[in-house]
Design a protein around this ligand. Structure first.
Ligand code: NI
Length: 249
């Protein structure tokens, strides 16, 4: 159930059943010659919605712009500074905690968000720990789950794409968007087949190292059929992780 498709009495009733909520978080950034700018946000949202249906959880609106400064050398990319993203995540969590939500499960679509979102969780805990009015008694817990890096999904990505999976503009994430949004499928020539690898610094350096935006990947191998398998595996794996998170002592 999508939070933004609910009325407030529906949310109030849901809170009596569960205090967990799923928050998809991604990025709006270049994804190579055939990947959509929204790939990370779309993947996070699609997986989060699937998990929400599987476990009867509310799914919050997607945080669709993330920490992507290194992709700004490519048109269309948007970023939040780390400090801004920390503030966004913190305010979203504290807004929902005010209503009684306690377990915040972020389904992440972008590796570049991990450090910043983890820092945002520390800010939330600091708010609660420093409060003197009893809010600290609340059992607020936050977890970040990358949809692509559980053992089952990694095994499937390896089986499907092997060394062509790479780390940015991967055939797995492009496949997932092709499955979810077949009307958006793009074709593009890419040379070499598998893109170079290397470190990430700022936007100018990134574009110099990775001319077409990819890192270590060959997303020309992407297909909606692969995307369907990845979707089903990711929803199953992430749903199980969500159940464990809610059941945690
Ligand atoms: Ni991505």
């Amino acid at each position: 159930m999508l939070l933004h498709h609910c009325t407030w009495p529906e949310v109030e009733a849901h809170l009596k059943r569960s205090t967990g909520i799923i928050v998809p978080i991604g990025s709006t950034e270049q994804h190579g010659p055939n990947g959509l700018l929204g790939t990370d946000a779309l993947c996070a949202e699609v997986v989060a919605r699937g998990v929400g249906e599987a476990v009867d959880a509310l799914v919050a609106p997607c945080v669709a712009v993330g920490m992507a400064q290194h992709h700004l050398g490519f048109p269309g990319t948007m970023t939040l500074r780390p400090a801004t993203l920390i503030a966004v995540v913190r305010d979203m969590v504290l807004s929902l905690a005010r209503h009684g939500f306690e377990r915040f499960y972020f389904v992440n679509g972008h590796g570049g968000n991990i450090a910043t979102v983890t820092a945002a969780f520390s800010e939330v805990y600091a708010d609660l720990s420093l409060a003197r009015d009893g809010r600290a008694q609340r059992g607020v817990r936050c977890r970040l789950k990358n949809w692509w890096d559980g053992p089952a999904i990694k095994a499937l990505s390896g089986e499907l794409f092997g060394a062509a999976e790479g780390s940015h503009a991967t055939p797995s994430e492009v496949s997932l968007t092709q499955f979810a949004f077949p009307e958006t499928i793009k074709r593009a020539a890419m040379t070499p087949d598998i893109a170079p690898k290397g470190p990430i610094y700022d936007a100018l350096d990134y574009r110099r190292r990775f001319a077409d935006g990819r890192i270590g990947s060959n997303p020309a191998l992407a297909s909606p059929e692969a995307g369907k398998r990845l979707y089903e595996a990711a929803v199953a794996e992430v749903a199980e992780d969500y159940r464990q998170f809610l059941a945690e002592d």
